[in-house]
Design a protein around this ligand. Sequence first.
Ligand code: ATP
Length: 238
Amino acid sequence: MSATLLKVTGLKVAYGGIQAVKGVDFEVREGELVTLIGSNGAGKTTTMKAITGTLPLSGGDIEYLGQSIRGKGAWDLVRQGLAMVPEGRGVFTRMTITENLQMGAYIRTDKPEIAADIDKIFGIFPRLKERKDQLAGTMSGGEQQMLAMGRALMSRPKVLLLDEPSMGLSPIMVDKIFEVVREVYAQGVTVLLVEQNASRALQIADRGYVMESGLITMSGEAKQMLSDPKVRAAYLGE
Ligand code: ATP
């Protein structure tokens, strides 16, 4: 079995007195595409923010590459190969597409390879190439999502965390985003995908976890979960 890259144990996160994440365990192994699904307010984004050091833990631990990353900031984590595309994308709106991609490589010093990687990103997202000098703030939601993913890939991550990449996108754009997630994974990047679109997420994932009211309530092989009547009734609208 491949190595565990990310291991979350007994994770608790609170907002003031309110526990949003109440003791969650899960892991992501090298080369896997794992999805965390669940309805609104289940605590998925809170979990992602705890992993990337944006929110403090009130209990439990998070290990990356076998070491606790509790208290580490996003900068440190990106340097260690853990990159995140946040919900809402967070592109630099007053910079061009090319400049946004260059920002994604801020931890790197290998200039010629950075240029080659930008070309690779343009290969995955021809739309970004067509618009490379356009200001990111003037792009559509789907284009900004592509840019946010491209920017994260510029750090050459080992693990890519994606928080609801399909949110607010048109059906065609959703197709494209899921295709690209799959492609990134096929190129060897380990992926943790948070999604409300459970059906699509389970279709491309190896394994899945269901989160409900701050707890993991189900987990398993993605294919088995897709055919599980309980999952189908609760999350796949059947
Ligand atoms: P969604 O898919 O709607 O983003 P989610 O599963 O990502 O849902 P979270 O955003 O993690 O859920 O929210 C978990 C719980 O924490 C919710 O009850 C939410 O209202 C609460 N919460 C989130 N952010 C804050 C905050 N800044 N202050 C107080 N409560 C918060």
